[in-house]
Design a binder for this molecule. Structure first.
Ligand code: ADP
Length: 247
């Protein structure tokens, strides 16, 4: 069933920390097949928005609809299971395990319990690991220990670990921080590919990279949307220019 409704519909979202509104009555809609980039100066509320979506922070008011599911009352692990994946800035892979094992462990029923890998390596797990490894440019390194990967490859592995759970919404916090130029280009290609059939929300500071990936840009400032639209339109917006120059 195809629907014109956005995959993610955020309405009136507000969170106050001791009376300070870090996110202030935010409305945000993200479609399927869309790469949305959220930009804005430090303290604008970008990270807090992602924290609210993934259930790390509780909203003061407002709603977050993901497909037909209201996320604001759900726990973090329930939100993951509903199909929302979040990647933080620093990779949180298992350095002593191989690429294969890191991916395998992220297979939904392959959850690690008390440090032990206690599930069977069934054909469907292997098939998905190989498919995801190919997506993240790591097919040749499946049996390499993760600590030997480059910083960029570790970032891709973490994206792969999210893809193992087949999320419909992926959220990435500065995915190219610390990457080489060629790794950045490959990451742009990767994000374009993984947005097909999914929604991807990215926080990013590198404007060249934003330009290369964004279907639409949302500019946050003081917890509110300052501008939204194509990269060209927000870059030409006097309010956006003022906020960035004034910083
Ligand atoms: P950005 O990611 O755009 O740099 P953040 O979302 O990290 O901005 O922060 C927005 C504002 O909310 C900042 O002023 C920050 O200090 C504040 N803030 C974020 N989380 C908390 C918290 N848990 N308690 C108090 N203030 C917070």
């Amino acid at each position: 069933i195809t629907s014109n409704r956005p995959v993610l519909a955020i309405e009136g979202l507000t969170v106050s920390f001791d009376g300070f509104k870090a996110v202030d009555n935010l409305n945000l809609y993200v479609d399927r097949n869309e790469v949305r980039v959220v930009i804005g100066p430090n303290g604008a509320g970008k990270t807090t928005v992602l924290d609210l979506i993934c259930g790390k922070t509780a909203a003061t008011s407002g709603s977050i609809q993901f497909k037909d599911i209201e996320l604001t009352k759900m726990k973090e692990h329930e939100i993951v299971r509903a199909g929302v994946g979040r990647k933080f800035q620093t990779p949180s892979i298992y350095e002593s395990l191989t690429v294969f094992e890191n991916l395998e462990m992220s297979f939904p029923r392959g959850r690690k319990v008390f440090g032990a890998l206690t599930f069977e390596r069934t054909a469907d797990v292997v098939e998905r690991v190989e498919r995801v490894a190919a997506e993240i440019f790591l097919s040749e390194l499946l049996h390499q220990q993760a600590d030997l990967l480059s910083h960029g490859q570790k970032q891709w592995l973490e994206i792969g670990m999210l893809l193992m759970q087949e999320p419909e919404l992926l959220m990435l916090d500065e995915p190219v921080a610390g990457m080489s130029v060629s790794e950045r280009e490959k990451t742009a290609e990767l994000l374009g590919r993984i947005s097909q059939g999914r929604s991807v929300v990215v926080i990013e500071h590198d404007m060249e990279f934003v330009k290369s990936i964004a279907h639409k840009v949302t500019v946050l400032h003081q917890g509110k949307i300052l501008a939204e639209g194509s990269m060209e339109s927000v870059q030409a917006n006097p309010k956006v220019i003022e906020v960035y120059l004034g910083h």
